[in-house]
Design a protein around this ligand. Structure first.
Ligand code: THU
Length: 133
């Protein structure tokens, strides 16, 4: 991913973050996922009064993309107040679609907190291969 693409993806994550529905935690998260075909799908965390029914921004972005037939992801930018890291469930969902997806964590100013990969975030991931797929 070149510098312009990354800056654009960061901008999308920062912008969509403001649409997060997080009245309980107050912790807004925005995700922008770039497919290998160059399309961008965004997501926000969506909380619920029944707390466990909320969902993270990263999974919203992945599920939106997959529901449009996209299965290959180059990169995801996750924007939070403080550069927070994806939860275990989001790591697992990302791992389903590739360990090489690059993951960029940024704070609310867009400053890069960490550049990593799904493989680094979830060593030893349970994968489709384990089910013979
Ligand atoms: N959250 C995300 O959206 N992504 C993560 O990977 C970590 C946590 C959300 C879930 C919840 O709405 C809020 O952040 C606080 O946990």
């Amino acid at each position: 991913m070149d510098k312009d693409n990354l800056e654009g993806l960061i901008r999308r994550a920062l912008d969509v973050r403001l649409k997060a529905y997080a009245p309980y935690s107050g912790y807004l998260v925005g995700a922008a996922l770039m497919t290998s075909t160059g399309k961008i799908y965004t997501g926000v965390n969506i909380e619920n009064a029944a707390y466990p029914d909320g969902i993270c921004a990263e999974r919203v972005a992945v599920f939106k993309a997959v529901s449009e037939g996209e299965l290959h992801f180059d990169a995801v930018v996750v924007a939070t107040a403080n550069g927070g890291s994806p939860c275990g469930s989001c790591r697992q969902v990302l791992a389903e679609f590739g360990l090489d997806t690059r993951v960029y964590l940024v704070d609310q100013t867009g400053a890069l907190a960490l550049a990593t990969t799904v493989a680094e975030l979830l060593p030893g991931a349970f994968r489709p291969e384990h089910l013979g797929k």
